[in-house]
Design a protein around this ligand. Sequence first.
Ligand code: NAD
Ligand code: TYD
Length: 354
Amino acid sequence: MPILVTGGAGFIGSNFVLDWLTQSDEPVINLDRLTYAGNQENLASLANDPRHIFVQGDICDRALVDAILQQNQPRAIIHFAAESHVDRSIHGPSAFMRTNIDGTFTLLEAARDHWRNLNEAGKRWFRFHHVSTDEVYGSLTSDQAPFTETSLYQPNSPYSASKAASDHLVRAWHHTYGLPVTTSNCSNNYGPFQFPEKLIPLMITHALAGKPLPIYGDGQQIRDWLYVTDHCAAIRRILEDGRVGAVYNVGGWNELTNIDIVAQVVALLDELRPNPAGSYARLITHVTDRPGHDRRYAIDARKIEQELGWRPMETFATGLRKTVLWYLDHQDWVGRITSGEYRQWIDQNYGARP
Ligand code: NAD
Ligand code: TYD
């Protein structure tokens, strides 16, 4: 039986679809609106694969979602589609409310209708998996314990507030209507196909272009980093054996400051693509901080390890090397993205940050 993936032309969604089809013969219906962050080129290797059915469309379009569910009868929905960039949410929050909240609501309602018309076996088997973020838990001080699944929800940005709202909807659709849901709250991902406005690909592409490497504020903010295919594996495990109604925190046990991350990217580029002008470190520039910038995120991923036996396979050293090599090998992909709308975003976000 097929699965329905939303947002499968984005960074994590496309990695998930590619991974899924190397491990399973269950076809994937991929519903993606193709916003600036969606890129069908990520799925080019599936062009002749009948197991991948791409539908360009909006998760807020109830009639479309209903038709997809009716025609394909998926056994699970894996919901990635979202507006996902904190900085963009600060400049323009409304798209975040629409897709992340209204879109999740629309999907839940369509899923509920679909699910209640299934036979008993189909009802037991069906899953709605919601892909969320550790940012819903807010910011930690340096001496606080990492986030667990019972940490308070204290979102601080329009992005994290909209994801928190979507998590609450998913929870409520389970408790009120019995919809068989699972949710994962994951830390910062990195790896192939990440849109080059996020920290790691932005630093790689700027360094190669000889542009400044903009560090917000003092660069001492801490994130937990997870290689994207480890996140995909965690979602697959949850789909297989996760408890209905449960939340799982997913992370890399890998807390690093932003300045550390940039230093490691620079060291890899100095090794793999040395520049006659000297180390890329010369391009590091501190710029005005992000408003309301969360200081630290950290994930306690013991529950998913204890219940489902999932642990990350990549260390940060192995994952970052793979990532840098991928971007070095895919400069055409980067070149096609970093034109047009992307340039406007860079001007808007960094022009105002002396
Ligand atoms: P992304 O921005 O790279 O991709 C989002 C995808 O959703 C794009 O393909 C876009 O076209 C699509 N989309 C947006 N609005 C849509 C709509 N209305 N209808 C249909 N499709 C739409 O995001 P990502 O980094 O791949 O993140 C995927 C999910 O994982 C998001 O829900 C995000 O909150 C969550 N998440 C991301 C991270 C991370 O570090 N990137 C970490 C934890 C959780
Ligand atoms: P980002 O990739 O936008 O993810 P998030 O804000 O969701 O964690 O940013 C990761 C960290 O890097 C965050 O603390 C902000 C910081 N950052 C910079 O210092 N400079 C930049 O140009 C960008 C894009 C991010």
